[in-house]
Design a protein around this ligand. Structure first.
Ligand code: F6R
Length: 600
């Protein structure tokens, strides 16, 4: 996600803001900016590009209170106008998160005479706070936050007043000597203080150099506890997790929440993608989809095949990007490219090939402004935030989130699913972030099984129907970070060859959540057990049968069968992670691999 910093003290604010933003650089960003209270006005300096360039372009400004931001674009392209802070009169706002009702608020504020200059959702916040402002910033922030729907961590500057608030997006207050700080991430301010107060949802903080007052959402003052952070800088960058991969696995509930934000109304049974430029008639005419991707994104696409076929009755071919140019597609098909980075050379080449056939194209990606987004007809962003670990985790979960929504939307428009079905699916999808949190709460249990895996040379992940892509993904994760040979198989295919490899030395992970293929899956488990393979099952929490057939079970919360692959994903990720850790592997930088594969 984006980075926020705020400072109120007796030193010059600009160098501190720039230095703190620099400490968030490792997370990636596309633009940066600061706002400083100087000579009775709030002055803003921001631009697309690097913090070092912003620093070079800064005039000699003095001022001891200010805010700063590094942006990772979600609403609006990465450019100077869309960079934060955003202003309204003398009010400047830096914001992380997504304002879901920003369109309605934008219309309302425009009618009131406010002029919008950017494409961002954040600008509504600046105008809204300005609208409520009389003579005290906290008094204006309180009602403004009541008007907005969505997630936010904000730092707001008005004159010498500095206010912070959060909901569903992290924010911490740093307590110094004659100075206080706001930060979205501890590493940003660790150099200045180790005394931190964590804001909770709906809490507000008002900072001066000598004090920080905390309020609830109705401006009742509250007491907060100071935490002393003893992490070194490296640990702080990973929020105390041992690896970025583990941190990013834990960020999945939030990533998925952002993926869904403003796109789902489970009460009305509707799904909206602002950026989708396909009419209902065009969607009704789609009879064929080609999904093109590589690696983990390909596995997301394979799950998409099951979803589009089941929900929308659309035939889907899933193509490995590097092979696509040799298969040819018909101009009538919709081509969906999936790429977290938006830069993968094979996917880009296949996209260009598809365009040359005259296909309509749609990208699902995480990186705004990436090459793929500039070349496709439509883009849907996954909104996972920057991912640093080479192994894709939270970007995969968000890709799945988008694909579920897209398949359901197409199904609804094509009349293949009823309103009731749609509402049921959306209600279940909305519960998934909290259910992932429950799985993460039991991760120690998964770590124990990983110890068994860590001694294996070969392993199998098996699943049927929509669990098959997750078997592939589990095998990919395990091999890439732990260097254990792993095969993902459709469980029914084992007997056609690979069963010859199954011995007591080949652990098998069986994804056996409930569904129409459950009984067949149990038979496949018996097949491998008969060859003495140790079997770990991933099963529904209500399943009390499965224990009889396997050596261990990781239970996942109950949900719709077709949605359960998202939950099983988290288990295979954790299993791979802890196995790699037990083998002392360089988890965040696996050998021979790169985060963005820009060669064919
Ligand atoms: C595996 C992994 C890779 C990528 C693949 C495609 O964890 O990250 O398999 O999924 O290189 O990358 P993107 O999605 O950026 O096109």
């Amino acid at each position: 996600m984006c980075g926020i910093i705020g400072y109120s003290g007796r030193r010059q604010a600009a160098p501190i803001l720039i230095d703190s933003l620099g400490r968030l650089e490792y997370r990636g960003y596309d633009s940066a900016g600061i706002a400083i209270f100087n000579n009775n006005t709030v002055e803003v300096y921001k631009d697309k590009g690097r913090i070092a360039d912003l620093e070079k372009a800064l005039p000699d400004i003095s001022g001891t209170v200010g805010i700063g931001h590094t942006r990772w674009a979600t609403h609006g392209r990465p450019n100077k106008v869309n960079a934060h802070p955003h202003t309204s009169g003398n009010i400047a706002v830096a914001h992380n998160g997504i304002i879901e009702n920003y369109q309605q608020l934008r219309e309302k504020l425009t009618q009131l005479g406010y002029i919008f200059v950017s494409e961002t959702d954040t600008e509504v916040l600046a105008h809204l706070i300005n609208y409520y402002y009389k003579n005290n910033l906290t008094d204006a922030v309180v009602p403004a936050l009541k008007d907005i729907k969505g997630s936010y961590a904000i730092a707001v500057l008005c004159g010498s007043e500095l206010v912070a608030a959060r909901k569903d997006s992290p924010l911490v207050i740093g307590i110094g000597e004659n100075e206080n700080f706001i930060a979205s991430d501890i590493p940003a301010i660790l150099k200045y203080t180790r005394k931190m107060i964590f804001l909770e949802d709906m809490e507000i903080a008002s900072l001066t150099p000598d004090s920080v007052l905390f309020f609830d959402s109705n401006k009742r003052q509250i007491e907060k506890q100071i935490n002393i952070i003893d992490w070194d800088m490296e640990a702080a960058e990973k929020s105390g997790y041992e690896h970025f991969m583990l941190k990013e696995i834990h960020e999945q509930p939030r990533a998925l929440h952002e993926t869904f934000a403003g796109r789902i109304s489970e009460l009305e049974g509707t799904i909206t993608f602002d950026s989708l430029d396909l009419t209902e008639d065009q969607i009704k005419d789609i009879s064929r989809i080609n999904v093109i991707a590589c690696g983990t994104s390909l596995n997301a696409g394979l799950l998409g095949k099951y979803l589009f076929e089941q929900f929308a009755g659309i035939h889907v071919d899933v193509e490995i990007a590097s092979e696509f140019r040799y298969v040819h597609s018909s101009p009538g098909s919709l081509v969906i490219v999936i790429s977290q980075s938006g830069e993968t050379a094979d996917t880009l080449a296949a996209l260009r090939e598809a365009k040359s056939y005259g296909c309509k194209t749609l990208a699902i990606t995480n990186v705004m402004g990436s090459t793929i987004t500039r070349e496709v007809d439509n883009v849907i962003y996954t909104r996972s935030g920057p991912e640093i670990g080479v192994a894709a985790t939270k970007t995969f979960i968000s890709q799945l989130g988008v694909i579920y929504l897209l398949a359901l939307l197409f199904g609804k428009i094509k009349g293949k699913i009823s309103s009731d079905q749609m509402k049921r699916m959306l209600v279940s999808l909305k519960q998934i972030p909290a259910q992932i949190t429950r799985i993460l709460g039991n991760k120690e249990f998964i770590e124990i099984y990983a110890q068994i895996f860590s001694n294996a040379n070969d392993s199998f992940f098996i699943g049927r129907t929509f669990n098959y892509p997750i078997a592939l993904e589990g095998a990919l994760k395990l091999k890439e970070i732990s260097y254990i040979h792993a095969e993902g198989y459709a469980a029914g295919e084992l007997k056609h060859g690979p069963l010859a490899l199954i011995t007591k030395n080949t652990p098998v992970i069986a994804i056996a959540t409930r569904g129409i293929t459950y009984d067949k899956m149990v038979n496949n488990i018996k097949e491998v057990k008969a060859r003495e393979a140790p079997v770990l099952a991933i099963a529904d929490e209500k399943d009390i049968e499965i224990e009889k057939y396997v050596d261990g079970v990781v239970k996942v919360p109950s949900t719709e069968d077709i949605i359960s692959p998202i939950l099983s994903t988290v288990v295979v990720q954790l299993l791979s992670y802890y196995t790699a850790k037990a083998r002392n592997c360089t988890i965040d930088q696996p050998r021979n691999l790169a985060k963005s594969v820009t060669v064919e």
